[in-house]
Design a protein around this ligand. Sequence first.
Ligand code: SAM
Length: 404
Amino acid sequence: MNNLFNPYCKNSKEFIKNIKDWKNFGKKTQIDKIEGVNRYTNEFWTSKQRASHSIHEISYRACFKAQLPNFFITRLTNERDMIYDPFMGRGTTLIEAAINDRNCIGNDINPLSKALVLPRLNPPSLLEIQKRLELIHFNYKLKIKNKDLLTFYHSKTLIEIEKMKNYFKNKLRNKKFDNIDNWIRMIALNRLTGHSKGFFSIYTLPPNQAVSVESQKKINKKRNQKPEYRNTKKLIIEKTKSLLRSGSIKKPKIIKIYNYNSWETKKIANNSIALTVTSPPFLDIVDYQKDNWLRCWFLDLNISKLKISQIKRIDQWENFINKTIVELERITKSKGYLAFEVGEIGKDKKELERYVINAAKNTSFKSICVLINKQNFTKTSNAWGIKNNSKGTNTNRVVIFQKK
Ligand SMILES: C[S@@+](CC[C@H](N)C(=O)[O-])C[C@H]1O[C@@H](n2cnc3c(N)ncnc32)[C@H](O)[C@@H]1O
């Protein structure tokens, strides 16, 4: 049986045995082959499973649940090994690496990602955050600069947001921006818009999907709503308490975060990574640029200049994945692993894992197996980051490779 306390596997054979001995594998697992590789399909990770650390709980489009990187990190690496994610998003892989005493490197083409991840790898205390917030003073007589945003915010709330935005900008300019500021900025980014009173805005879409000003006008009209005042400092403290409710986390000895294309990560040393757990953009399913426009505004990032990959054609997508895997081949240690997750796309339900296996064909990565987490969801279920508004099935498709 699977050893719950130390599931570490010495080699890929042990890893396969570990999967098969795992209680969730059971008898129901469907076994077949894709491109000559064994594929195991089951509802492996259910929403009833042990909850992960609360510090993960910031929303991001198409993020995976912490159970996914946790599964591979605990089985395929040892403490202080180097874990990597070239498409880190909200940083689920890096945070899970830190929780499990591993070192971590992350990369994402969008600098927003660093602002969401770095502070959570080095959280300040609640008291430090409270004291810092006391130093930020709001002057409600100031003129609002971004009047368009009154569609989302009460004028007093918008003055508070604009003040914080400038406060961080000045601290960065004067090189006084520290991990406490970084934490507060991360929470503010996360609270900008959302669908409950825990957010700075009036009711809108969930926080990982900011709508345009025009769409928000329509939402306000339809719901007959007007932005009410939200106390930004109070909401920042509340969200901080919620993120830290499972306790703080220990800062890894080595943390490196980059902002490159996934295939040109020159600063990462050859043969340095023990395990990569990652999930790329799935063709052009999510518009990361559009969904994150308000968060990017808060950070003063010019979204039109971001080169986020949104690839329509499957052959071009395979080429993009191939370039990324060739780069991963350079930086991965001999016998190191790669867990490459892709989701389900479109009505034709393309099996994206097929293209991932093919994209690695001429590299020294050998596919060990494909794990498919198939979830039958109801309206409310949400395991491994899958959420939908109807009943049905959805999948996480993970190809596991080992470098020769
Ligand atoms: C599916 S999301 C990753 C989510 C992540 N697994 C998590 O749990 O938050 C894909 C990420 O790839 C990033 N991205 C898109 N094109 C990229 C590129 N060419 N190089 C690096 N990152 C890129 C996007 O900004 C987005 O954050």
